[in-house]
Design a protein around this ligand. Structure first.
Ligand SMILES: CC(C)(COP(=O)(O)OP(=O)(O)OC[C@H]1O[C@@H](n2cnc3c(N)ncnc32)[C@H](O)[C@@H]1OP(=O)(O)O)[C@@H](O)C(=O)NCCC(=O)NCCS
Length: 158
């Protein structure tokens, strides 16, 4: 007998489903693995533990086929959300995983507070993604990244 699927199930299967949930301490080994493949100066385990321990922060995990595909870490500083880190496993990129994480983050952080972030001026893919979600450039922090002296673009979403 053939299985009857809802429209959401059909679309989910076609696109490959991404499920977003809270990031847990038990995810951190997989987070570190993605982090090391994503950044020239990856965060340490201690930095993720510190962010996860902050009660006011929002840390989310994106799962695909029971595998950690990506994560986002966002901290609240006074009246501003600071998007500290977002990365997707190279095996899962360009499939809407970061988009799913950011949409959920904006839902959870929607309390009229603005979001800000810094991004390497050469990271065109990430800058394009942030602009797609409405972030706008608001200046540069010169030589912000110590590994190569690259400038950071400061972006805001009000
Ligand atoms: C940047 C990164 C997180 C993107 O992750 P991803 O899962 O491949 O991104 P997605 O496929 O979800 O694309 C994000 C959204 O932005 C849109 N987008 C991406 N680049 C775009 C561009 N140049 N112009 C317009 N829209 C763009 C996509 O269409 C998508 O929207 P959708 O969900 O509505 O389809 C991923 O490439 C990565 O981990 N890079 C290394 C780490 C990094 O640079 N992190 C950012 C540091 S500031």
């Amino acid at each position: 007998m053939s299985e009857i699927l809802s429209r959401d199930q059909i679309e989910g299967r076609a696109a490959g489903e991404t499920q977003v949930r809270r990031l847990a301490y038990s995810d951190l080994p997989n987070v570190i693995s993605i982090e090391r493949r994503s950044f020239p100066t990856p965060w340490s385990l201690a930095m993720f533990v510190l962010e996860l321990s902050k009660p006011s922060g929002i840390c989310l995990a994106a799962m695909r086929d029971d595998e950690l595909a990506g994560y986002v870490v966002c901290s609240r500083y006074d009246q501003v959300w600071h998007l500290m880190n977002v990365a997707v496993s190279p095996d899962h990129r360009a499939r809407g995983v970061a988009g799913a994480l950011l949409r959920r983050l904006f839902e959870e952080g929607r309390n009229q507070l603005p979001f800000t972030l810094e991004v390497r001026v050469s990271n065109h893919r990430a800058i394009g993604m942030y602009e797609y979600f409405g972030f706008r450039s608001a200046g540069v922090r010169p030589r912000y990244y110590h590994d190569n002296g690259e400038d950071a673009l400061i972006m805001w979403l009000d």
